[in-house]
Design a protein. Structure first.
Lengths: 231, 318
């Protein structure tokens, strides 16, 4: 389903900084329904890898395929279609402060041309999946970090994506909320959605017990199915 | 699959696409309005700057039109008159007129017969008995003449030389030689006035565009996070750009209305019809040119609003 083929990403020299090799010759495959933990120190290249998959950045060399489509050579329409098949979750939630929980989730449908009826039918279901029915009309500043992340997960689920990219989703959460978010991701994965979880949290990785890809100095240092955090 | 099933599938697909397009269009307008309304402070600043620019553009236009008229009026004053010998017949003079019309690029030529010259004199000085008595004694001392107007002082020179070389027997005098300096001075002044005007318009235009662009850029900078979220949830660039076009149009419309309210009643109160020796009435310009001014207002406001919004938003779409 997802195939990174000898991907290298080099940031060109900028101001007084020299060029920086962020990813070097990275290759791996993911199948539908996989749950992988992408681990590595801060700056190891995890976020760059996710951005490459989202089409936000282009590789210096190599290719990234999503369902046999080269993401970086796809037409504009195909590229948007692919993006809608990928849900994203971030450490800083990326919620719009001017919108309620309901509004933030509905927004993802509004900007992609869904009708009002469709939004009214789908959003409550997403709220119920993440257990936020009661907080539906509260604003982000009125809810906890865990609730914010669950809102972000509901928003990511709204287009029924085949893949969810979670970049340090538990980074700002206490252990209890982190566990809740992780359980939610595992549940979503059980329903068939591929999950790519980028983290440097050892406990999270070990508790999941799934495939772990370790990135070190921009290279794949290990790709293990034993679910152990090795740095 | 049966043929009818294929057709049905295509019709369904078409209807779905149409619905998505209509929904997107509706939401684009709503989102543009929401952005405009929600960011009141920034929208206000952007509208204010656009209003100043529109007023500047309109003022430049009105001042330009008035200057053109002044220039034309001044040019109107620059003409030459050829006085013919009293012995020259009307046929001979009309022959000269025909030749000048054929040979030179003049804007007008007018023949005044002796009788017409005398009538004009009487109309002007008829109330002065001493003058009229003298006129009766002398008979008709006025020569027939041709008055010529042209856009280029060089033509006057050519016509004068032409007459001197070919018709010196019937031409008494050409007043170009006495007025040469004045005529050339007028033309040089009008040319310079146009050049200065053009340079001013270009400078003001560049300043206006930079001013509006930077204000709108600031407004969109505030929304960069929202743009990023829109992209993350799968919104197309066209949709995002569309919402900024709507926002730009709204800014332009608001600025158009505001500048209209400020410019016209204000202008009417401030500027009483002023009269200089060349008969220019500023209110005539403002009110006669109203449709054109409205187009300039809307054009400047909307085009600047939309272009600035699009250019600024595109930074975050790359």
């Amino acid at each position: 389903m997802i195939f990174f083929n000898k991907v290298t990403k080099i940031y060109p020299p900028y101001l007084n900084k020299e060029e920086r090799v962020v990813l070097e010759d990275v290759s791996f495959r993911l199948s539908k329904g996989d749950f992988i933990c992408l681990v590595g120190r801060s700056g190891a290249g995890k976020t760059t890898l996710l951005n490459l998959l989202l089409g936000e950045e282009k590789p210096t060399s190599g290719e990234v395929f999503f369902d046999r489509i080269n993401i970086h050579k796809a037409s504009v329409n195909n590229s948007h279609r692919i993006k809608r098949r990928i849900g994203t979750i971030f450490q800083d939630y990326k919620l719009l402060s001017s919108k309620t929980v309901y509004g933030n989730i509905a927004y993802a449908m509004e900007v992609t041309g869904s009708s009002d009826e469709e939004i009214a039918r789908v959003v409550p279901k997403a709220l119920s999946t993440v257990g936020l029915e009661k907080q539906a009309f509260q604003f982000p500043h009125q809810i906890s970090g865990g609730e914010k992340q669950r809102t972000a997960i509901a928003r990511a689920l709204i287009h029924d994506p085949e893949v969810i990219l979670a970049d340090e989703p538990t980074g700002d959460l206490d252990p209890y909320n982190a566990r809740d978010v992780l359980s939610l991701l595992l549940e979503i994965n059980k329903a068939g959605t591929t999950i790519i979880l980028a983290t440097h949290n050892k406990d999270i990785v070990n508790s999941v017990g799934r495939r772990v890809i370790t990135i070190r100095d921009g290279k794949v240092a290990s790709d293990s199915n034993q679910g152990k955090f090795i740095l | 699959m049966e043929r009818w099933q294929v057709i049905l599938t295509k019709v369904n697909l078409y209807c779905n696409m149409k619905n998505i397009f209509l929904n997107s269009f509706k939401r684009m307008i709503r989102l543009g309005w929401d952005n405009f309304y929600r960011e009141k402070g920034i929208s206000f600043v952007a509208v204010f700057v656009l209003t100043v620019v529109i007023i500047m553009a309109t003022s430049i236009f009105i001042i330009g039109a008035i200057t053109e008229d002044i220039i034309d009026s001044v040019k109107e004053k620059a003409d030459i008159t050829i006085d013919f010998q009293l012995s020259a017949s009307e046929e001979e003079i009309l022959e000269v007129q025909k030749e000048i019309e054929g040979a030179f690029e003049i804007t007008s030529i007018k023949y005044t017969s002796k009788e017409e010259a005398k009538t004009a004199f009487i109309r002007r000085f008829g109330d002065r008995s001493s003058v009229m008595e003298s006129l009766e004694e002398v008979g008709n001392p006025f020569p027939s003449s041709l008055s010529i107007k042209a856009d280029d002082p060089y033509i006057y020179q050519q016509v004068s030389d032409f007459l001197e070389n070919n018709y010196s027997a019937i031409v008494n005098s050409v007043d170009f030689y006495h007025r040469q300096e004045v005529i050339e001075g007028i033309f040089s002044f009008t040319d310079n006035a146009r050049k200065v005007g053009l340079v001013l318009v270009i400078i003001m235009g560049i300043i206006s565009i930079l001013l509006v662009y930077n204000t709108v850029k600031l407004a969109i900078y505030e929304m960069r996070e929202e743009i990023r979220v829109m992209k993350l949830v799968g919104s197309s660039n066209a949709f995002i750009q569309g919402s900024f076009i709507v926002q730009g149009v709204l800014m332009g419309l608001a600025a158009t209305v505001l500048s209209f309210i400020l410019l016209f009643p204000g202008g009417y109160l401030l500027v009483s019809p002023y009269d200089i020796s060349i008969d220019i009435d500023i209110n005539r310009y403002v009110f006669e040119m109203m449709p054109l001014i409205i187009i300039i207002h809307l054009g400047t406001g909307i085009v600047l609003g939309v272009l600035s919004s699009l250019i600024a938003a595109n930074r975050y779409l790359k």
